[in-house]
Design a protein around this ligand. Sequence first.
Ligand code: CMP
Length: 142
Amino acid sequence: MGAAKERTLSIIKPDATRRNLTGKINAKFEDSGLHIVAQKRLHLTQEQAEKFYEVHRERPFFKDLVKFMISGPVVVQVLEGPDAVSQNRKIMGATNPANAEPGTIRKEFAESIEANSVHGSDSLDNAKREITFFFSETEIVG
Ligand code: CMP
């Protein structure tokens, strides 16, 4: 049986938009067979960033993370394909670029554990929640 078709939420973060890396990162997704079925460029408000990262509110890095995520534009996108959630996490590489595999986005582009170029949903349930956070169903064209 083939892998299930899934959707996952991806964010190209301010460190990457600042360095004009949107196209290079999108090429990594597309080269791996993921389809970008929705995409928009936004400048997050503090309220949006705090709400999106709510699960991390008690973590010591929360305040800095929010400050970083509102420091410039982001590109939010929905990626679709077989096993999209885990496939995207493979392409992104480890959260800390020092631990990321060669060829991954974070290995090639991330500046630090915080400025790590991309976010990707970590489970199918979170993907659904995160996609709904940014997109209505009519904005997603598979
Ligand atoms: P992301 O996948 O967007 O989820 C939470 C983010 O917090 C993570 O990527 C990093 O950008 C940021 N972060 C900063 N410091 C840490 C840390 N020590 N551990 C995990 N995430 C961190």
